[in-house]
Write a protein that binds this ligand. Structure first.
Ligand SMILES: Cc1cc2nc3c(=O)[nH]c(=O)nc-3n(C[C@H](O)[C@H](O)[C@H](O)COP(=O)(O)O)c2cc1C
Length: 213
């Protein structure tokens, strides 16, 4: 690893998997992203509403994946941590998010540290969406953090100014973003070389007792 790479600041990208104009998911993922920023990460939001993507046909040809696919892939590749957010749709996560993931290769996600956020209209929260995403990221060989955040009753969860009424959820979202930044930072010091050689260098200071706060 070069000294320039060692100095690189950890980058956390949030992906919002709702196309709705007044999206509850977009509101909550911004809070988690703020947590990552507070922890010292460079942050960015990939709002899928702003990307022209084709449906996945199984073709490897980049030209077949839609005008904005290369931009999305580059943003994902350049991040060490991801906050992936979705609405619960019929007991799982959104189709637009699944399609965006399907357009990518395993290598685009392998080894990334991921925090999950989801919103649901129902009282039970978005557990179907969250467990569906855990299963997908297992297949993509990513590291999903044990904590996630689920917003229930999304139609009555926000104040007029867009803030979340449940302050404990607000804290959980901020903490989730911080955790993604910290674990991504620790993990991005690790490079697996073809001969199996592993270098483990934390980019920011993190002792085990600080990792979850
Ligand atoms: C097609 C569709 C399916 C939905 N399915 C569920 C569901 O299974 N369970 C639930 O609690 N809410 C369900 N909802 C409600 C959404 O999860 C909820 O409104 C969510 O907060 C929307 O997020 P958004 O505003 O970011 O799009 C569904 C909404 C839509 C449009």
């Amino acid at each position: 690893m070069s000294s320039e790479e060692r100095k690189e600041k950890v980058r956390v990208l949030a992906i919002c998997g709702s196309l709705k104009k007044t999206s509850a998911t977009r509101k909550v993922v911004r809070i988690a992203l703020e947590g990552a920023r507070q922890a010292g990460a460079d942050v960015g939001l990939a709002d899928l509403a702003g990307y022209e993507l084709a449906f996945c046909t199984g073709s490897k040809a980049v030209e077949s994946k839609g005008r904005d696919f290369p931009r999305l892939r580059e943003e994902i590749r350049s991040a060490q941590g991801l906050i992936v957010a979705t609405p619960e749709y019929h007991g799982s996560f959104s189709g637009v998010l699944k399609n965006a993931l399907d357009l990518h290769d395993i290598e685009d996600f392998q080894g990334k540290v991921i925090g999950l956020v989801a919103t649901a209209g129902g009282r039970q929260g978005a557990h179907g969406a969250l467990s569906g995403l855990r299963s997908v990221f297992r297949a993509l060989k990513a590291f999903v953090l044990p904590h996630d955040a689920s917003l229930a009753d999304s139609y009555k969860a926000f104040a007029e100014d867009g803030s979340v009424l449940d302050l404990s959820l607000q804290t959980r979202l901020l903490d989730l973003g911080k955790e993604v930044a910290r674990f991504a930072s620790l993990h991005s010091g690790t490079r697996l070389y073809p001969d199996g050689f592993v270098v483990n260098e934390p980019v920011i200071d993190g002792s085990p007792e600080r990792l979850f706060k």
